[in-house]
Design a protein around this ligand. Structure first.
Ligand SMILES: [Ca+2]
Ligand SMILES: [Ca+2]
Length: 280
């Protein structure tokens, strides 16, 4: 009886401790295709990242359900991959203490020396790239590793240097040959819980809400809005606008968004706050 009470106490306590970080983005690759992730076949051999099921191989990868993988051997032929997996846009606007975690493993228990690098790239740079490989090679990966065993390994990396940015996370399988398959699963971005900026929230009005086309904003003071980010409930940035000069009032065209609940993050010269909106 006493033991049970103690255990319950520990669970309740760890629950409180965990809530200090909130999930910004998560992906378990369960939908059966790469969805809104993009893939890039840099080596040009027509082999790339793809979704594998837990029953596709006789060896278990040790992940939950499906995962995303890239091969360095196919049909007993050696491949020398340079394959890049690119996440959808993730908003780190107004976030702090940002961390990226993911699971990575090799399919083979013997030929496990798969090599990978992880990059975080800012959307504005990504969009203006002409030569992608030159761009990527000029970046320092946030993690780069040759697997030393089958795994899977859980990695957690601070990516706090990218806070306030709109970013994509890139996983690159490269610089290895004739192993088997590298797998990635459970990509999660978390951030520290930001304090609700009540003072700022009380000064702004966004209308109409629910909204169908134009979302207007204005405020009584002289606060300058520098950026507005709209994210869906899974943390995907669906719209953002960088107001270089800052604006005290204006409007946001949300007509192209699907109906649903979205989170608006408003960055101003007096801080950041978030607001829920409903698109009809
Ligand atoms: Ca999974
Ligand atoms: Ca390839």
């Amino acid at each position: 009886m006493n033991l049970k009470l103690v255990l319950l106490g520990i669970v309740a306590f760890s629950g409180i401790a965990l809530s200090a970080q909130t999930i910004v983005f998560q992906e378990g690759f369960e939908i059966g295709n790469t969805g809104d992730w993009k893939v890039l076949d840099v080596d040009g051999d027509a082999n790339n990242w793809g979704i594998y099921g837990s029953n596709d191989f006789t060896v278990s990868m040790g992940f939950d359900g499906r995962f995303v993988g890239s091969a360095s051997t196919k049909d007993s032929e050696a491949l020398t991959p340079d394959n890049i997996l690119i996440s959808p846009l993730i908003s780190l606007a107004g976030k702090n203490d940002v961390k990226l975690s993911f699971k990575v493993g090799a399919l083979s228990t013997g030929d496990f020396a798969e090599n990978y690098s992880v990059y975080v790239v800012v959307d504005s740079e990504y969009n203006s790239v002409t030569d992608f490989l030159t761009f990527l090679n000029s970046k320092t990966p946030v993690d780069s590793n040759r697997l030393s065993a089958h795994g899977p390994f859980t990695k957690q990396i601070s990516i706090d240097e990218f806070k306030d940015e709109e970013v994509r996370i890139l996983f690159r399988h490269h610089d290895c040959t004739n192993m088997y398959v590298i797998g990635i699963d459970d990509v999660v971005v978390t951030a520290g819980t930001a304090k609700v900026n009540e003072a700022l929230a009380s000064k702004f009005s966004f209308y109409p809400n629910p909204v169908t086309e134009l979302l207007h904003f204005n405020q009584a003071g002289n606060i300058l809005v520098s950026k507005i980010t709209v994210s869906d409930i899974n943390g995907r940035t669906v719209l953002y606008t960088d107001l270089k000069q800052g604006m005290t009032d204006g409007e946001l065209d949300v007509s192209k968004l699907q109906a649903g609940v979205y989170l608006l993050t408003i960055s101003t010269n007096e801080g950041v706050y978030t607001k829920k909106i409903i698109k009809k």
